[in-house]
Design a protein around this ligand. Structure first.
Ligand SMILES: *[C@@H]1O[C@H](CO)[C@@H](O)[C@H](O)[C@H]1NC(C)=O
Ligand SMILES: *[C@@H]1O[C@H](CO)[C@@H](O)[C@H](O)[C@H]1NC(C)=O
Length: 253
């Protein structure tokens, strides 16, 4: 029974392919057009009788045309899972600034990859934060990455726009209540509100980095996992600006 059905399907495909002639390009196009003609796949915009060449229908790309070359059945789920090669997988799922979907990062387990945050840092970002119109506020970052142990190097990245930089104070609180002053009020600096992108770091040779008031190397050997907090102290009399970027860059050996 199944065999007969397959045979009749195949012969139909063949006959339609022959009927549509040489203008149809490629085997996949043939199968897709043929299935469409047979009514297995409906194209709501296509009222043309089956005798006409469906390949002429160029401007209306039928959504059921298979995009993956080997898929013979256009009725199958078009969401083909993305398969990452081991190197891509490690890059995307370990060291990206953007958290990757868990569905994608099953590749870590599949290839038995463990992230090496000694060679490349782990980037931690807040899942959400709220900046009040005025007054001091905190931004918390939960670090819950099992591949991290103790800190070898820490950097803090911040993007700010519209804050009064002269009066702005920033303090970092570690998971075990370590308190490090990153920036104090700077009365001798001009009161500017321009956009800044700061990387607080004590990495030797980093010219673009901003030196924190307290050295971040104090955190070497301390636990990386836990809740980190950035405390922003602002002049309550003036409006706050925009926090456009917050990240911790954690290296752990
Ligand atoms: C920020 O967090 C610290 C430590 O948890 C807390 O003492 C302080 O009150 C918080 N500040 C604000 C403005 O929420
Ligand atoms: C932290 O990670 C562990 C293990 O990966 C998980 O079970 C736990 O729910 C996570 N905690 C939070 C607050 O996300």
């Amino acid at each position: 029974m199944v065999r007969f059905a397959l045979w009749s399907l195949w012969s139909l495909l063949l006959s339609v392919t022959v009927a549509t002639g040489a203008e149809v390009e490629g085997c996949e196009a043939d199968v897709a057009s043929a299935l469409q003609v047979m009514g297995r796949v409906k194209n709501p915009d296509d009222d043309s009788p089956p005798e006409e060449d469906p390949a002429d229908d160029d401007d209306e790309d039928p959504p059921e045309e298979p995009e993956d070359d080997d898929d013979e059945d256009p009725e199958e789920d078009p969401d083909v899972p993305i398969v990452l090669e081991p190197e891509e997988c490690e890059q995307v799922c370990c060291y990206s600034r953007f958290s990757s979907p868990e569905s994608l990062c099953g590749c870590l387990a599949d290839h038995s990859i463990s992230c090496n945050f000694c060679s490349s840092p782990y980037f931690a970002t807040p899942s959400e934060y709220h900046v009040p119109d005025s007054g001091s506020f905190n931004v918390s970052i939960l670090v819950n990455e099992t591949g991290l142990t103790t800190i070898s190097q820490l950097e803090v990245g911040l993007g700010l726009a519209g804050f009064h930089l002269q009066t702005l104070g920033i303090t970092l609180l570690g998971p075990n209540a370590e308190s490090l002053r990153l920036k104090g009020a700077e009365p001798d600096q001009p009161d500017e509100t321009q956009e800044v992108h700061w990387v607080f770091s004590n990495r030797p040779g980093c010219n673009d980095c901003k030196e924190p008031v307290d050295s971040l190397s104090q955190l070497q050997g301390k636990e990386a996992k836990g809740t980190w907090t950035l405390m922003f102290e602002t002049d309550p009399e003036v409006l706050n600006g925009l926090v456009s970027w917050v990240e911790l860059s954690l290296t752990s050996c």
